[in-house]
Write a protein that binds this ligand. Structure first.
Ligand SMILES: [Zn+2]
Length: 431
């Protein structure tokens, strides 16, 4: 993958090797530049938005960038959300506040981007985003993370028409947000291993392109992680490109699968059930859970002998206790992947026959543990749940039960169904 891969991906000329079909990208423009100062109006004009725009920010992002964009586009209505919370109420309020404008411009990162993305989708009005932090890979995806009655949902939405990254602004973001972005990009490794694991063992579909487009930039970022703290623009650029490529990979796959497997399931479990929520950021949690998954994947893949799976135990009573009113839906997700009867025999046969090649294939896809861990360490991403305010016993439960949340077959399932998971977690220093 050479040349400016992002430019090629949005050009509507990129042919997917897997299908031979052109990738039709819903995003018209992505700009990643040392500075976009003075170009804001031009970038928006190129999107051919309707003339009446709303610029949406919060108090922090107004100071960081929003006020500058409002000055550049004086005809736009500036909407400042006092305390952004990504829930349906905030989405409705924003849709109402912008009802006289025909297009929206988000100035912000995770929460603010989710609110604007979903409000614009609901209103069928196009939107663009000026990022203020390289904190997550959701800038260019087709989903919005929105809470309903306290439950965090990943709702279908439309990606932005334009996504703009002013690297000087991003380098000035609180470092915690930059750390979070590293967590949400290096999970590529554990997600790829899990997705291919499901493919190799259960025959589910997988795509190579979402990962292939990230390889070059990921290698660059790993070499330069230690420079992020100094605000080095080349390293910030690598991080931004990797986050964008991770998001584009999900658009290519039409699914979050390339960027969300076992490590995201554990993070979702924390978001759903850790009360009070510790206040950790998505990418901080994913930095932690990526390390947990990477260690577990290496533990299983280092074994000479193939795991032998037993019939999946469905702990219905425990699921009701854990998930309350949500348990019927979660139980249905989990039931869809339980292994029994002929399916179980097939999986065990495949594991015992092909274990050497499965191990080799997956080990090649994973980042080696040492560079992954030293990379996470070098930006200060922790391997201790308690550093994020998560009780250690709760975290163990999260690792054991996260697989119940979704019909994605990951190393958590292999480890649990082969009886390896809990003894592994109970070793000294296991997670
Ligand atoms: Zn994520």
């Amino acid at each position: 993958m050479t040349g400016d891969i992002i430019h090629r991906l949005i050009s509507d000329r990129f042919r997917l090797p897997e299908t031979g079909k052109i990738f039709s990208c819903p995003i018209d423009s992505i700009a990643i530049e040392p500075s976009l100062d003075g170009f804001e109006s031009e970038l928006l004009k190129r999107l051919r938005f309707p003339s009446s725009l709303a610029i949406i920010c919060d108090a922090n992002t107004r100071d960081a960038l929003g006020a500058r964009i409002a000055t550049a586009v004086p005809s736009a209505k500036l909407v400042v959300i006092a305390t952004p919370k990504a829930d349906l109420e905030a989405v409705d309020q924003l849709a109402d506040a912008t009802r006289h404008q025909d297009a929206m411009v988000a100035v912000g990162s995770g929460t603010l981007n989710d609110i604007v993305k979903y409000a614009s989708f609901r209103r069928d009005a196009p939107y663009a985003v000026f990022a203020t932090a390289p904190s997550m890979n959701g800038y260019v995806t087709a989903t919005a993370s929105i809470s309903r009655d306290g439950e965090k949902l990943s709702l279908p939405a439309a990606p932005p028409k334009g996504a703009f990254f002013d690297l000087k602004v991003l380098a000035d973001a609180p470092f915690r947000l930059i750390q979070a972005g590293v967590g949400d990009s290096l999970c590529r490794s554990t997600a790829e291993v899990d997705w291919y694991l499901s493919h190799l063992i259960r025959g589910t579909t997988v795509l190579e392109t979402p990962f292939a487009i990230q390889r070059e930039e990921e290698a660059k970022l790993l070499q330069n992680l230690h420079r992020l703290k100094q605000g080095d623009l080349t390293s910030i650029k690598s991080l931004v490109k990797l986050l964008v490529l991770g998001g584009l990979g999900m658009l290519i796959a039409k699914s979050s699968q390339p960027g969300s497997q076992g490590e995201h399931l554990i993070s979702h479990y924390i978001d759903m059930l850790c009360r009070p929520h510790p206040g950790s950021l998505h990418g901080e949690q994913v930095g932690l859970t990526t390390r947990t998954m990477a260690r577990l994947q290496h533990f299983v893949l280092n074994r000479e002998q193939a795991p032998v799976l037993k019939e999946t135990t469905l702990d219905v009573v425990g699921m009701q206790r854990r998930f309350g009113t949500l348990s019927p839906a979660i139980e249905a997700e989990f039931r869809a992947k339980v292994l029994q009867g002929r399916h179980l025999c097939n999986v065990n046969e495949r594991l015992s026959t092909d274990w050497t090649s499965i191990r080799d294939t997956l080990t090649m896809k994973a980042l080696p543990l040492l560079p992954l861990e030293s990379g996470l360490n070098s930006v200060g991403l922790t391997d201790d749940p308690e550093d994020l305010g998560i009780d250690i016993a709760f975290y163990r439960d999260a690792v054991v039960h996260a697989r119940e949340l979704r019909n994605r077959f990951t190393m958590l399932d292999i480890a649990a169904d082969s009886g390896l998971l809990e003894p592994y977690l109970d070793q000294p220093e296991p997670h």
